[in-house]
Each structure stands twice: as structure tokens, then as C-alpha cells.
Design a protein around this ligand. Structure first.
Ligand SMILES: NC(=O)c1ccc[n+]([C@@H]2O[C@H](COP(=O)([O-])OP(=O)(O)OC[C@H]3O[C@@H](n4cnc5c(N)ncnc54)[C@H](O)[C@@H]3O)[C@@H](O)[C@H]2O)c1
Length: 352
């Protein structure tokens, strides 16, 4: 196949494809008429409801560190996306070994297997902007792809994401693996299911990231808790934009290259909370709290210049539109989300 035909008739691997971002990517890739999408996922932080029932999708429930799973991958893949992680920062702090086994090791084992597949046009790796962003509570400047990287990190998750990039670079230089590193900013949107997957040692198994947590609490009329008074800021990107960005990385990213996938806009958590309450009509007052002890990431947003000029990628969905769509999806999927949350009820109550 050729670059011009995009994903048409392509055979594509999406590791972590049952997860939040991975499943949105799979849904979007299906619209491009691929030959086959192979999803490999051990359902550690996801639910199989996210994997579309489509004869072109082959769902392998297993780990990409499993030698048999790796051996069974076809030798004629056109594209591969690695979206595996041990979700998320707090879980990795609670269990660094589990993070190693499901965040860093999967990158290594997968790259090592993929290096032998010569039909691969691109391998896109989900890297994290949080692993490279400058840590400041002053006015941040946009984080570029060339930002110097600190060797001091707040979580094993962040270390794994960074070393995953280093392995990607190594396999590119040594073995010609056509890696493209996509540095994600904070993704939000449909198919992020609170409580999806197995218990990972902290309440964040259920509550995951700030946006789905706030949307859920807001829909239930609860006060939204604002760490550090909501002063922290992030670059929030809607998941549909993220999936488009990942596809742009695969089609137009330079092998060995790194690209921020972001909006280039800074939104404080206070602004996010207000936007969510506006979308749901929640009138409960905000709950202002001190900063989390492990989190020194402060305020940040990403530079979008390189992705715009080299990939032709720009995020399209505004924060209010994205939140409205996330609220609507959450309303329509309350039963599935509640079931996933309920499976951790006992462990949550033991935390006190
Ligand atoms: N969502 C964000 O804001 C964000 C930000 C920065 C980076 N990322 C990266 O993007 C990727 C996707 O994140 P997400 O938010 O969709 O998380 P997610 O938890 O929904 O997806 C990760 C998927 O990996 C699967 N998985 C875990 N260990 C595995 C293993 N050993 N083998 C196979 N599958 C395994 C999980 O079951 C899950 O389906 C991750 O690599 C993450 O580090 C996400």
C-alpha cells in the first residue's frame, strides 16, 4: 500500500485499543476502511464494551508482554499504535512494579517484536507531555518538542513514558523501527469509563482523570473538589482530536520524530469545573482543597506549531463543545459507568 491511500486496506495493530483513547482511535480508523484492526488489551484499565463489534476488528485479550501474543501478531502489519499504560500517575506511585510491567515493559517488548516486521510504515507511541513539561506556577510558556527533559520525576508513570520514548529512539536508530512519538496533553471525552478494569490500589482506579470525575460528580449534583484551589492549568484536548492527531502522526509523521498533540490553549481546573457545572446545571459550590503532595506540575500547555506545520494537525473541538459532548455521552452511558465503578466498591470503602 502507499501513503496516499491512508489506512484503506491496511492491517493495523492498536495495543491498548480497549482503553479510552485507543477505542476512540479504533472507531475512527474503522471509518477509513482498513483490512483489519488487531486490538491487544489485557483490560487492566478498560472494559471490553469499548471494543467495536465489527468483523474487521480482531480482539486479543492479553498482554503485549506475553511472548505468545507477540508471536501471533501478523508479519504484514502496515501500522501499529502503542496506547498501553498502567493508568495512571497515582496507581504507579502505589505500585511501581505494576507500572513497570504494564507501562514500560510493554513498550520494550512491543518495539522488539515490531522491529522484525518490515512492512510497517509507522509505529506511533503514546508519550506524555507531563513527562517533559516545565514545572511552574508562574506564567508558563508553551512546551515545545525540544524542551530539555529533567531526570527528576514525580511518578513511575512519568518515568515509564519517558523511557518508552528512549526505547523508541533506540529501536529507530539501531533497527530502523519507523517510530513516531506522539506527546499527549490531557485528553478528555467519551469512552473514558470511571472504574473500568481491575483495582489498581488507589481511589484513582475509579476516579481516573479530572474531567470524567468532575462530569460524574457534577451530574450527581456534588461539589467539585479543586486541588490547589483550581489554580493548576492543563492543555485539554478532546479525544476525537487526539485520535485524528494520532492518525496524522502515522500518515505524515517523520520516522524518529516527536510531535505534541495538543490545543495550545491553557485551561485552569477552576475554569474546567465552571464549564462542566454550566453544562450540567450543577449549582453546588466548588470545594477548594490544598495541592496534592506528589504533584508539582503546576501550570502548563503545549506548543502546537510543529504538529501544525509538519503534520497539518490542529485540534478543532473547543473546550465547551468537548465538555458538552462528554456530559451527553456520560448521561447516555450511566449504567455501564456505574457497573464499572461498583466493582471496586469494597476496595474503595476499605480506603476509608
Ligand atoms: N489520557 C490522557 O490524558 C493521556 C495523557 C498522556 C499520555 N497518555 C497515554 O495515552 C495512552 C492511552 O491512555 P488512556 O487514557 O486511553 O488510558 P487507558 O487506561 O484507558 O488505556 C490504556 C490501555 O492499556 C491497557 N493495558 C494495560 N497494560 C497492558 C498490557 N500489559 N498489555 C496490553 N494492554 C494493556 C489497559 O487495559 C487499557 O485499555 C497511554 O499510553 C497513556 O500513557 C494519555
Amino acid at each position: 500500500m502507499t501513503q496516499e491511500t491512508g489506512f484503506k486496506n491496511a492491517r493495523i495493530l492498536v495495543a491498548g485499543g480497549a482503553g479510552f483513547v485507543g477505542s476512540n482511535l479504533v472507531h475512527m480508523l474503522l471509518a477509513e476502511d482498513p483490512k483489519q484492526i488487531i486490538v491487544v488489551d489485557n483490560l487492566l484499565s478498560s472494559d471490553e464494551v469499548n471494543v467495536p463489534s465489527d468483523k474487521r476488528v480482531k480482539f486479543v485479550v492479553g498482554s503485549v508482554t506475553d511472548t505468545q501474543v507477540l508471536a501471533n501478531l501478523p508479519d504484514d502489519l502496515d501500522y501499529a499504535f502503542n496506547l498501553v499504560c498502567y493508568h495512571g500517575n497515582q496507581s504507579s506511585i502505589a505500585n511501581p512494579m505494576a507500572d513497570h510491567d504494564n507501562n514500560l515493559l510493554p513498550a520494550l517488548t512491543l518495539f522488539d517484536r515490531l522491529k522484525d516486521i518490515k512492512t510497517l510504515r509507522r509505529v506511533v507511541y503514546a508519550a506524555a507531555a507531563c513527562a517533559v513539561a516545565e514545572k511552574t506556577y508562574d506564567d508558563p510558556s508553551p512546551t515545545t518538542e525540544e524542551q530539555p527533559v529533567s531526570l527528576v520525576h514525580d511518578s513511575p508513570y512519568s518515568i515509564s513514558k519517558l523511557v518508552g520514548e528512549l526505547y523508541g529512539n533506540y529501536f529507530h536508530i539501531r533497527h530502523g523501527l519507523p517510530i513516531v512519538k506522539a506527546r499527549f496533553s490531557n485528553v478528555y471525552g467519551p469512552r473514558e469509563i470511571l472504574g473500568a478494569g481491575r483495582w489498581r490500589g488507589t481511589a484513582h482506579t475509579v476516579w481516573r482523570n479530572v474531567t470524567p470525575t468532575f462530569v460524574w460528580k457534577s451530574l450527581n449534583g456534588e461539589s467539585l473538589p479543586l486541588d490547589n484551589g483550581g489554580n493548576t492549568s492543563r492543555d485539554f484536548i478532546f479525544v476525537e482530536d487526539m485520535a485524528r492527531g494520532l492518525m496524522a502522526c502515522a500518515l505524515r509523521g517523520e520516522a524518529g520524530g516527536v510531535y505534541n498533540l495538543a490545543t495550545g490553549r491553557e485551561t485552569t481546573i477552576l475554569e474546567l469545573a465552571n464549564a462542566i457545572n454550566a453544562a450540567t446545571g450543577n449549582k453546588s459550590p466548588l470545594d477548594l482543597k490544598p495541592a496534592r503532595d506528589w504533584d508539582r506540575s503546576g501550570k502548563r500547555f503545549a506548543s502546537t506549531e510543529k504538529a501544525r506545520t509538519q503534520l497539518g494537525f490542529e485540534a478543532k473541538v473547543s473546550i465547551q463543545e468537548g465538555i458538552n459532548r462528554t456530559v451527553e455521552w456520560t448521561r447516555q452511558n450511566t449504567a455501564v459507568i456505574q457497573t464499572c465503578m461498583d466493582q471496586h466498591r469494597k476496595q474503595l470503602s476499605q480506603l476509608g
